[in-house]
Design a protein around this ligand. Sequence first.
Ligand code: ADP
Ligand code: AMP
Length: 216
Amino acid sequence: MKLILLGPPGAGKGTQAKMLVERFGVPQISTGDILRVAVKEGTPMGLKAKSCMDSGALVPDDVVVGIVEERLQKDDCASGFILDGFPRTVPQADALTKTLAVMSKDLDAVISLEVDIEALVARLAGRRTCKACGAGYHLEYEPPAKPGVCDTCGGKLIQRDDDQEETIRNRMAVYLDQTLPLVEYYGKSGLLSKVDGMLPIEDVRRAILDALQVAE
Ligand code: ADP
Ligand code: AMP
């Protein structure tokens, strides 16, 4: 399965990607996760990306395109991948098209998670992530059994630096300006399916599998 998950910040791309990884046995490629690791480790790329990420702006196309090109060469992508948070601009989508052509690979589908922009501030403000294993939670919609503690590994749950209200609003503006045009871009390719991302998490998962025409 070679899939792109499109949608604004907080649409549920990461949440659904993790479930699709289990269903299809292919890796999730989240440029946001890769960049956060680089920032944490203080690599040259992380240092370059940090100020963009802190303000809610996009990291330059050449940086993220380089990350994805390198990641797609790894053996675990041989039978597919779930792209989460990439592409985010038309030049990134063009670069991906070229990279896949060179690798003689075709995308199977692009799923656009359709959500009410107003609901996203609440989703992002309540998002918590396990510092140790990266599992995602929501204080209200997907709470851990014990507050502040990861159900899976017992790690500490933290809030992302960029999930503060002012940065969230900036990220929404960036999304509308630079990423939303990709819905039309992939619509023209015939690969796009729109899925209602306002449904409960499990129903969104089922709707994605329906759109992909695969069984549970
Ligand atoms: P994205 O990767 O698109 O930025 P996430 O998957 O991290 O978004 O989801 C953002 C927050 O919203 C998380 O806290 C997650 O638990 C919650 N969430 C995801 N999908 C839903 C949903 N369908 N309904 C309610 N909350 C959701
Ligand atoms: P995410 O985890 O997908 O919400 O991404 C967090 C931040 O990482 C974004 O606000 C951007 O600053 C940066 N980022 C992630 N993916 C990309 C991308 N494809 N292009 C540019 N910047 C990105």
